[in-house]
Design a protein around this ligand. Sequence first.
Ligand code: ADP
Ligand code: MG
Length: 449
Amino acid sequence: MPFETQAGLAVAVEAPDMWQRIKANLASRMTPQAYQNWVMRTELESQDNGSLRVLVPDEVTKDFLEQEYSDEVRGSIRELDLPVRSVVYLTSTGRVTISDNSSAEPVFASASGQLNPRFRFENFVVGSCNQFAHAAARAVASFPSRSYNPLFLYGGVGMGKTHLMHAIGRALLEGYPGMRVVYTSSERFMNEMVACLRANRMPSFHRHYRSADVLLVDDVQILGGKERMQEEFFHTFNELYDHQKQIVISSDAAPKATSGLVERLRSRFEWGLMVDLQPPDLETKMAILDKKAEMEGVTLPEDVRIHIATKTKSNVRELEGALVKLIAYSSVTNTPITLSMAQQVLKYLIPGSERRITMESVIRTVADHFQLQPTQLKQKSNTHAIAYPRQIAMYLIKELTQSSLPEIGRVFGGKHHTTVLHSVQKIDGLRQKDPDLNRLIHKLMDSIH
Ligand code: ADP
Ligand code: MG
């Protein structure tokens, strides 16, 4: 299917080229991060008699696709049964001039080439879940080095960290022409470093990163446990920080909770402002859907918006995936988007969307998370190690199932319904105040099956 892609909404529904189809297939084989880093910005240059010539943004991407992903690409070609004999990757340096002596720095991609044009502030929907992160990102984009340094954005998958980082980069390129903005994913940072080490070109690596006016480093958790990389990053950080250059970092967790981070780097991350992005609530999800639909030039009926927003998990990427499918389906079949179409299309898309959440499935999921047995949660024990997970389980059951308070009480060893109510209210209150608990609740909700 031509629209099988997680790449964003810009999918070709009518006759895509063969590389488009391979890309779409790769999207389902790779992690979203890897896809974003290595495949998203590639495009077909020409196809001729079974040989594809594919334009890639830079040398590192070329090496990476040739060396690390050739099996995946072959796998996609096989799976799609395409008449492709060879794939050649070409850097687009001939098309974008990097500098006057472009042979000196072929490894690095320019920031504008790396930034997804769709990830702008104007396209970012602000809700209570992300308003602080958004405000901080805006401030940094308007007054780099004078607001918060470093700015550390963290939150779970698909919460909009990359979107905000790209938006900052884009706004700076536009607002401050001539400013050297360097954006990189941590994976790319590592690969560039390895490539430079191999080629004895560390000075150019240092020059590239240490001459930035603004350095944006995405997904820094990937550096966890890799001490040599962290050391390199540490020196880059210091050099920039000492010269009052702006640094923006993202991670899937707060510095103290990012595992394998060396202490000196962690403490530096904590020097600036740390803000987290929470999972979007229903209202924000619907607003995001509207925004994405608007960008695609479609209007979603009210019942479809509600259906998609309630059936997808809190990850915005999934929300988008659902919308892409729906738009593609509607366009291919040439029929308007309706609730019954959405129900049918999304049934296959969202595994378990038809699932029935039961008390038992909730208990199992919560027990698993806390490394307990389901039976332990149902016992009378009131030690904190049991009581707290049990309260969370009660809360989730109340939220996700139709069970009544007395029914819930019975499952948990015959507790009185007021005890259940107390637990539910307690977790509800805590959740408002404690972002870590809130994240955990979302994670559990997403993993119940
Ligand atoms: P992360 O880096 O936190 O994993 P991304 O920034 O890649 O998440 O976001 C995943 C997708 O969701 C992107 O397509 C992004 O545009 C979209 N998205 C996330 N949050 C928002 C938001 N608040 N408004 C609009 N789009 C969003
Ligand atoms: Mg990201």
